[in-house]
Design a protein around this ligand. Structure first.
Ligand SMILES: C[C@H](O)[C@H](O)[C@H]1CNC2=NC(N)=NC(=O)C2=N1
Length: 95
């Protein structure tokens, strides 16, 4: 199982991660797309990478607004898996 990060490690990693906030035991990212279709296309682009990693985002979709929440349920908090997936979400969003 992935190791929980210490508060210091979380601060260091969060400083190098744009667009995300640490919210309790999770990382949160929110974006408004032009419309529902654009939002869903982006959400769909997360499916394969998440499945390959065996690490799955919690996703809230409301019309054009998408909120992605990352946490490691098994470990009960933030691990490297969450920061790695967050970086990938940023990469996919910049495409
Ligand atoms: C067995 C399986 O790999 C685990 O249950 C994985 C699946 N995807 C997961 N995704 C997330 N976000 N947190 C987890 O703890 C988690 N655990």
């Amino acid at each position: 199982m992935a190791q929980l990060l210490t508060p210091e490690e979380i601060n260091t990693q969060a400083a190098g991660l744009t667009g995300w906030v640490v919210a309790g035991n999770s990382l949160k990212w929110e974006h408004r797309f032009v419309d529902f279709l654009a939002a869903m296309k982006f959400v769909n682009s997360l499916v394969e990478p998440a499945e390959q990693r065996g690490h799955h985002p919690d996703i809230f979709i409301s019309y054009n607004r998408v909120v992605v929440t990352l946490t490691t349920h098994d470990a009960g908090g933030l691990t490297q898996k969450d920061f790695d997936l967050a970086q990938q979400v940023n990469q996919l969003h910049s495409k």
